[in-house]
Structure formats: structure tokens, C-alpha cells
Write a protein of this length. Structure first.
Length: 130
């Protein structure tokens, strides 16, 4: 099973969403920034590292707000841990994505998210999380 961390970066009531490139697995799908936890790494440390690599920010990682296990049809299981990030240093810089946007909660369902994120997207749009 792949262990993954992701950030719900919140600013002025909007949430940062990122679109994968055409060359990544599951191309052009939307997701929340983050990535794999490396061996021996704690989840919050992994998320801080990933946000620095992907967006060039130094994040203050808050509470874990959701944990989802998802089995993909083609094989492979992922466990996603979502953390709130309300504060960070630096300006967001798109280092690896096709697109990065601030999305309103009500608009989240308009984005073509990864299957593993769909349950969380519904909860975010409904105001149940964050």
C-alpha cells in the first residue's frame, strides 16, 4: 500500500487545487498538493517536504482532518492522509503541475479530481471539513 499525505491549503475561504500534467499517471486529473511518505519519514515532515518541492512554500502543517483508503481498479491501494495548512511562508510557485488554482468550495465538484479524492471533495464542498 502506498502511503500519501496531502494538504488542504486554505486562504480566504478558498482551497488550493492542482492539476497533473499530461505525462503523469492519471493525466490532467485534479488533486490536492502532497505526495508519498518516504521510509522513516513522519507524515507532517513528508508533507512539509512535498509542499516545498511542489510549490516552494514552507508550510505550518495543522491537524489531520481525513484519512481515506482507496483501491484503484488497475491495482494498487493508497492511504491518503489530509492535513489542513492555513499558514505558510513564501509565495506559491507552480513547480510541477499543469495548473494551480484557488477554488471556491462550491466549485470543487466542477473539477475532475482523482477517484481517491472524490469523497473528501464532497465533504469539503458541503462544509463538513475545514
Amino acid at each position: 500500500m502506498k502511503l500519501v499525505v496531502a494538504a488542504l491549503i486554505v486562504r480566504d475561504g478558498n482551497i488550493l487545487v492542482c492539476q497533473r500534467t499530461r505525462h503523469q499517471s492519471m493525466p490532467l486529473k485534479w488533486e490536492f498538493p502532497g505526495g508519498k511518505i518516504e521510509e522513516g519519514e513522519q507524515p507532517r515532515d513528508a508533507l512539509r517536504r512535498e509542499l516545498e518541492e511542489e510549490l516552494g512554500i514552507q508550510a505550518s502543517v495543522g491537524e489531520e482532518v481525513a484519512r481515506i483508503r482507496h483501491d484503484y481498479r488497475g491495482g494498487g491501494t493508497v492511504e491518503l492522509r489530509f492535513f489542513v495548512v492555513e499558514e505558510f511562508l513564501g509565495e506559491i510557485e507552480n513547480r510541477i503541475f499543469r495548473d494551480v488554482r484557488w477554488a471556491k468550495r462550491a466549485d470543487l465538484s466542477c473539477y475532475d479530481f482523482l477517484d481517491a479524492d472524490l469523497e473528501l471533495v464532497k465533504d469539503l464542498a458541503a462544509g463538513k471539513i475545514v
